[in-house]
Ligand binder design. Sequence first.
Ligand code: HEC
Length: 188
Amino acid sequence: MKNLKNNSGLLYIPFVLILFILIYSCDNSKKEHVHEEEQPQQSETVDDHDDQEYIEEEHALFMEETREMLKKELGKKYNEPVKVATNEQIAQGKKIYNMYCAACHGPSGKGDGKAGESLTPKPADFTDAYHANFYSEQGRIFIIKKGIKGTGMAAWETALKDDEILAVYGYIKSLTDKDSNEKHQHQH
Ligand code: HEC
């Protein structure tokens, strides 16, 4: 019994140790963490959406709206057939075309005339079958008469008589490359 009493002080050693460990670890946790320097926010990747592509998408929508407008204006007439132009009409149409239309639509109808260079949208390319067939025949004749609001395409009904409009229409229709439908590469 005497021995036990003498050694009883030793029993406290583990508790004292634990106390020290606790105090030490508390002290450590108080130390401020060194914050990692925040990375500067990466600037958003530049929107490299191709301008040209954007214009084409916008323009495809614009053409759809124009077609809706033509259908509304013309009603049933929109899909009525137009008589195939005679060679005389085409010859007459060519003269009218060169005088009034070639400046924008280009000497061979590719939409590459000098006066059309700075226009948005660009003058229509009559040789491209996809675009040439986008509107109905009556629709295109209506466009020649009334123009397309918001574009460089003006109304010709005051400058040209009905038969002249039909003749020039016959001529631009004759410019369409019959094979270009298959060659058409645009994705709309
Ligand atoms: C000042 C330039 C300019 C002149 C001159 C001009 N156009 Fe246009 N034309 C345009 C533009 C721009 C468009 C719109 C193209 C589009 O929306 O894709 C257009 C569109 C058209 C369209 C509708 C698209 C299609 O292929 O069906 C027809 C048809 C057309 N023009 C015929 C003519 C005819 C015929 C003449 C001459 C009497 C003429 N244009 C004179 C600029 C011109």
